[in-house]
Design a protein around this ligand. Structure first.
Ligand code: PLP
Length: 452
């Protein structure tokens, strides 16, 4: 019988021979060898050497209901027995698409009663770019084409999503950003707030939107796009003053507000949507990830009545869509996922139970000598690692190295966390138990001790 580590070596060699991974330096990955994940159950994953690891990132912020749920497998199988693929183009639909659209209209904030389906968060944001421009053109304002987004935002890695995002490494390859996207400051108080208080800095960062509108001209601007909490940028939780100031700036202006809920949707922040946690009244909401808990790939854009009234009617045909828009199996998986979130009251759980429980443990890690700030909203958190605790803004000279070292210690200690620059970030499944939260916090503490 092949031993487990022989199996790992075999997977690694074959992976290195043929597989180009996303967001990976292939040369160093092949030298080290991939981690091979073979199984998942609840908040846990197992690697090919039989190690059990707590999945503190819910895969890639998506497995909200935990791994290995047989109900989802059964729902997919039931749908497969009916019809596994049909499209939603050309005046056709199917029962899972109908039911999922209906469920999303019920669960999302009241202004959202329509959804456009796609296959991922990137496709959702590409859809947003075309949709907002089409909206204004239909209203006789074709000059309104510019989208304002934020530096260090992540909205995907397609030409549109990658351009809307504000990440320099993504912009450095492949001709991004496309024209018509303008980036303003992010509300990252810990890293960029200087001497300002968080509240002052929140206002200051939001006012960059006002300045940009004045410079670019409201008559040229289609939308402002932002994540309620920046996820991939490092779990940047905006100061409480930020979103109200954005609302003040947009009030009375002809600019659509797009809340990218790809990570913050479906319970992650203790409400169905991050918009509700921060009091954001968006016109469009890109969704993906937690929509199906990652069991099958599906995304969408929630469309408010204001936008839908223009799209449906005067807008005519929207020349846009994907073969897999509302794919029946992905829609069936998403529907079952929503049923589980509702039945197990996972959103309430994050707000009132496991959220506050884990937050207390996590914020206590802020006392560790290596941690400049511990922050968490719902089940979405970050630890900023700093060389010199009192001077929070002074990052390690070799930026990113300490974060990566800590992340690797964490994995070896049995906890998946992600490194963003020199921070560790966390987004565990919403089903996390108290006992698992205790293990998580103890492992994170050990990881910090190992890194110091
Ligand atoms: N928008 C946000 C806020 C995201 O975090 C992500 C992915 O992490 C995306 C969009 C892109 O989603 P996908 O990877 O499904 O294309």
């Amino acid at each position: 019988m092949t031993s487990l580590s022989n199996a790992t070596a075999d997977y690694r060699a074959r992976d290195a021979a043929h597989h180009i991974h996303p967001f990976s330096d292939m040369k160093s990955l092949n030298a080290e060898g991939s981690r091979v994940i073979v199984r998942g159950e609840g908040a846990w994953i197992w690697d090919s050497d039989g190690n059990r690891i707590l999945d503190g990132m819910s895969g890639l912020w998506c497995v909200n209901i935990g791994h290995g749920r047989p109900e989802i497998a059964a729902a997919i199988q039931r749908q497969m027995a009916e019809i596994s693929y049909y499209n939603t183009f050309f005046k056709t639909t199917h029962p899972p698409a109908v039911a999922l659209a209906e469920a999303l209209a019920r669960l999302s904030p009241p202004q959202f009663n329509h959804v456009f389906f796609c296959g991922s968060g990137s496709e959702a944001n590409d859809t947003v770019i075309r949709m907002v421009r089409h909206y204004w053109a239909t209203l006789g304002k074709p000059k309104k084409t510019v989208l304002i987004a934020r530096k260090n935002a992540y909205h995907g890695s397609t030409m549109g999503g990658g351009s809307l995002g504000g990440m320099a490494p993504i912009h450095s390859q492949g001709g991004l950003p496309i024209p018509g996207i303008h980036h303003i400051a992010q509300p990252y108080w810990f890293g960029e707030g200087g001497e300002a208080t968080p509240e002052e800095f929140g206002i200051q960062a939001a006012r960059e939107l006002e300045t940009a509108i004045e410079e670019l001209g409201e008559e040229n601007i289609a939308a402002f796009v932002a994540e309620p909490i920046q996820g991939a940028g490092g779990v940047i939780i905006p100061p409480a003053s930020y979103w109200p100031e954005i609302a003040r700036i947009l009030r009375g202006r002809e600019i659509l507000l797009v809340a990218d809920e790809v990570i913050t949707g479906f319970g992650r922040t203790g409400n169905w949507f991050g918009s509700q946690t921060f009091g954001i009244e968006a016109d469009l909401m890109p969704i993906a990830k937690g929509l199906s808990s990652g069991y099958l790939p599906i995304g969408g854009v929630m469309v408010s009545d204001k936008v839908a009234d223009v799209l449906i009617g005067p807008g005519g045909e929207f020349h846009h869509g994907f073969t897999y828009s509302a794919h029946p199996l992905t829609a069936a998986a998403a529907l079952e996922n929503l049923r589980i979130i509702e039945e197990e009251k996972l959103v309430d759980r994050v707000r009132d139970d496991i959220g506050p429980y884990l937050q207390k443990l996590w914020l206590a890690l802020g006392d560790h000598p290596l941690v400049g700030e511990a922050r968490m909203t719902g089940l979405m958190g970050a630890l900023e690692l700093v060389p010199n605790k009192p001077s929070r803004a002074h990052a390690f000279p070799d930026t990113g190295k300490v974060g990566t070292i800590a992340r690797d210690f964490s994995f070896r200690n049995g906890l998946v966390m992600r490194a963003v620059r020199d921070s560790l970030i966390l987004a565990p499944p919403l089903t996390l138990t108290h006992e698992e939260a205790d293990i998580l916090a103890a492992t994170a503490k050990k990881t910090l001790d190992d890194t110091l």
